[in-house]
Ligand binder design. Structure first.
Ligand SMILES: [Zn+2]
Length: 545
């Protein structure tokens, strides 16, 4: 039996652009998409015209430059999405605005449902420069428990919240906490320390369906900034189910690669049992939602990073390690044997040294592992010897300039100017030949182009330019943010560049990021974003048929 020659392939989309940077060397002028994939590229704007048929959407975008969509190597999409469910009192500028937002939320919720605010507010941003009172919260939401946490150690609640938590006039203060009182002995609604957790324990977390919905809203905000993939830096198994729900309901606007938390509070046997209980291994999933691996946290953040030298503002303190090396070696070796990848948070140089010791011991037990199996998350403070070790051992590093951008002032105070200007010296890591993948770690949508600008200028939000000698080029920054993360995710054959056969994840900009002054990138916003051949962001309907 003979077959007719195949029908010529007719594209779903033919996009002609001013420039299409492939990220693997070539620059094109047109790209053809079919289904979820890129199927053709051409150096000529009209080079793919023969592949266009009646059903092809032809996008004339000679004013735009296309890049592979950004792939964030380390971000907390679940936390960022959960925040969208909280009352945004961090935006209030007076007590009346604050309680007005609480009242609005209460009106929209059935009586008895907890009203919870975002925690990132402070009374110094309110005109009255004081906390809202219990009486004010009672007036705003008489029939709903209100929990307004401020940061990690203080909260204001209303009478319904105290009642729901069983706190009466005679309830004693919990260990390490205080339940505030007015002068007349009645409760004032202010909770400190352990009292916050005592009451918060009665406030249920969002239901899974609600969380899945929030992932839709949350991921759309990242897609609007040109992000195509997020490596979700820490979730538990309930949250993995919420991701699966969001996928089933077609709500995800970015691809997600998840890291599942393995806590240091467990014994090695418990941690290994948890890993066994996962019943899968790294790589399980599909192109939209896939399990990346496990997440361990070795030290703290700006406060708590394990340093070789004491903190600038606290000479008796050099941070802490959460794991003992023997336990960590045992857990990581068993994980690797079971086919799991491991990413470990290590911010300070003492944490990095300890992590290299651990990973080297793991490889001594398991034998050589593929690149991006044992991963260093952050490595903010390093020296040449540590960097050389990581490179020699083949342990890749995820890097996040936005943490310096956001926390530069805190780093200056806590770590001092010398260490702050040395935070994540990308020029040094690149020169050493490291495997690097760029990301954010800000727990809120952050413009990837602001990140690129930061990697290229070492600019920050409020701490000026920090260590300009550690800048890298725009081209290298884009590469770490596309191909770098694709390699981290073991998907360099499917994502990270504009190449026929790869998934059609693209972002378009009104200027060519490789041709303009880097300062023009700081607030550059995409014209559209495509993930898997579908528009995830297209405000001007450039992709409409
Ligand atoms: Zn993180």
């Amino acid at each position: 039996m003979t077959r007719e020659p195949a029908e010529p392939l007719l594209l779903d989309y033919l996009i002609r652009a001013g420039a299409i940077h492939s990220m693997t060397g070539g620059t094109y002028r047109s790209v053809g998409l079919w289904g979820p994939e890129i199927v053709a590229v051409s150096a000529e704007p009209d080079g793919l015209d023969d592949l266009a048929g009646r059903g092809t959407v032809v996008v004339d975008a000679g004013d735009l430059t296309l890049l592979p969509a950004f792939a964030d190597s380390h971000e907390h999409l679940m936390e960022a999405s959960r925040n969208t469910l909280l009352v945004p009192v961090d935006k209030a500028r007076s007590v009346a605005e604050f309680t007005g937002m609480v009242a609005d939320a209460a009106r929209a919720a059935p009586p008895g449902q907890w009203i919870m605010t975002s925690i990132g507010w402070h009374e110094s941003n309110l005109a009255e420069n004081r906390l809202p009172t219990l009486a004010e919260l009672d007036a705003a939401a008489p029939d709903h428990p209100v929990l307004a946490r401020r940061g990690g150690h203080l909260a204001v609640v209303n009478s319904a919240a105290l009642a729901a938590a069983g706190v009466g006039p005679d309830t004693p203060d919990p260990p390490g906490g205080k339940i505030g009182r007015l002068a007349d002995g009645s409760r004032d609604g202010v909770l400190e320390g352990g009292a916050v957790y005592q009451v918060a324990a009665f406030a249920p977390g969002p239901a899974r369906a609600e969380l899945a919905g929030a992932l839709g809203t949350g991921s759309a905000a990242y897609a609007a900034l040109g992000v195509g993939t997020i490596r979700e830096a820490m979730i538990n198994l309930d949250e993995l189910l919420a991701y699966q729900d969001a996928l089933d309901r077609d709500l995800l606007k970015v691809r997600v690669r998840t890291m599942i938390r393995v806590g240091s509070e467990q014994t090695p046997d418990q941690a290994i049992a948890l890993i066994d209980g996962l019943g899968a291994r790294s790589g399980f999933g599909d192109d939209w939602l896939r399990i990346w691996g496990l997440k361990l946290v070795l030290d703290g953040g700006v406060e708590g990073a394990a340093m070789e030298q004491p903190y600038a503002n606290d000479p008796g303190n050099s941070g802490h390690l959460n794991w003992g090396p023997p336990a960590m070696i045992a857990v990581c070796a068993e994980a690797v044997r079971r086919g799991w990848r491991v990413g470990t948070h290590a911010v300070g140089d003492r944490a990095l040294r300890t992590l290299l010791d651990v990973y080297e011991a793991v490889v001594a037990e398991t034998g050589t592992v593929p690149p991006w199996t044992l991963v260093i998350e952050h490595a903010m403070i390093s020296d040449a010897a540590l960097r050389d070790r990581a490179v020699r051992d083949g342990f890749g590093v995820t890097v996040q300039h936005p943490v310096l951008w956001n926390m530069g002032s805190e780093m200056l105070a806590t770590w001092g100017p010398e260490r702050t200007r040395q935070v994540t010296p990308l020029d040094q890591w690149v020169a050493a030949g490291a495997d690097l993948a760029a990301g954010t770690d800000l727990v809120r949508p952050f413009n990837p182009m602001t990140n690129v600008w930061g990697m290229v200028t070492r600019g920050t939000k409020s701490a000026g330019i920090q260590g300009p000698e550690h800048a890298i080029s725009v081209g290298t920054a884009l590469e770490l943010y596309t191909m770098g993360t694709a390699a981290l995710n073991h998907e360099q054959d499917r994502l990270g560049s504009v190449t026929p056969g790869k998934l059609a994840d693209l972002v378009a900009y009104p200027v060519d990021p490789l041709a303009v002054d880097p300062d023009a990138l700081a607030e550059l916003i995409p014209a559209f974003t495509i993930v898997g051949g579908r528009a995830t962001h297209d405000p001007d309907k450039r992709l409409a048929s």
